[in-house]
Design a protein around this ligand. Structure first.
Ligand code: UDP
Length: 240
């Protein structure tokens, strides 16, 4: 088998990816499917970081709306939700033999490590999948920004943005049957076309750090590992 194209990847998965379609909470089958897709990548000898969102449990701005909860508190609740998800992903990965560590941007020392960049890199070098929880540790941003930040900090080769569709389309493929998938885009193309791939801050960080983003369908069996090998289906942004 050919050498993987990427040696160190950061996978960003939204909290929605951990629950069954249309529901909230955490679904064991979704977790297992996610873990199996990650294992296909780690089996290639590729170092994997996972950044999990928390939208299946709490989104800060939504929970604070029309409520006595202050918006900042809502965001901290959202960050804690990502820790809940990270622990679920950790146990699931370990149940199929993938060694892991969870590192959180907020200190919760009895359940996981605090994020320490050099220690995270050491874990990766030892073959452990590192799950980054609590986003950036700061309110008013999202885990997309957390993923871009961690990708830059650990000098990842690529940021894999998992979605339900297999890339970026010329228009919404759900509404427009003539929509076609775009193979690749430059960072500038994305800005000019006003495509909403990730938060502006996340996108900007990837552009400045020269980290390409690949938008992919994580749920298509074997697709993520194929992408890491330089094959597979997705839209590549900012490569070369
Ligand atoms: N959040 C935050 N700071 C961060 C990351 C997340 O305040 O650095 C909060 C924010 O309220 C967000 C929630 O955590 O809505 C859950 O994260 P996100 O919306 O990114 O989850 P996803 O949509 O990816 O499931």
């Amino acid at each position: 088998m050919s050498e993987p194209r990427y040696k160190r990847v950061v996978l960003k998965i939204s909290g929605e990816g951990l629950c069954s379609p249309g529901n909230s909470g955490i679904d064991g089958r979704q977790l297992l499917k996610l873990a199996e897709e990650i294992k296909l990548v780690t089996d290639l000898g590729v170092q994997v970081c996972v950044v999990v969102g928390g939208g299946n449990i709490v989104r800060g701005s939504a929970i604070a709306k029309d409520s006595p909860i202050e918006e900042s508190t809502g965001h901290y609740m959202g960050m804690l939700a990502t820790v809940v998800n990270a622990l679920a992903v950790q146990d699931t990965l370990e149940s199929i033999g993938v060694p892991t560590r969870v590192q959180s941007a907020l200190s919760i020392e009895s359940v996981c490590e605090k994020f320490i960049r050099r220690r995270a890199i050491r874990h990766l070098e030892k073959g452990r999948t590192v799950i980054f929880a609590a986003g950036t540790g700061n309110p008013f941003v999202t885990t997309d920004t957390g993923a871009a930040l961690r990708a830059a900090e650990v000098r990842a080769d690529v940021l894999l943005k998992a979605t339900k569709v297999d890339g970026v389309y010329t228009s919404d493929p759900v509404k427009d049957p003539t929509a076609t998938r775009i193979e690749s885009l430059s960072f500038q193309d994305v800005i000019e076309r006003r495509l909403e791939i990730m938060d502006v801050s996340a996108f900007d960080l990837c552009q400045r750090s020269g980290i390409p983003i690949i938008v992919l369908d994580l749920w298509k069996t074997g697709n993520m590992s194929a992408i890491v090998r330089g094959e597979g289906i997705g839209t590549v942004i900012g490569a070369g």
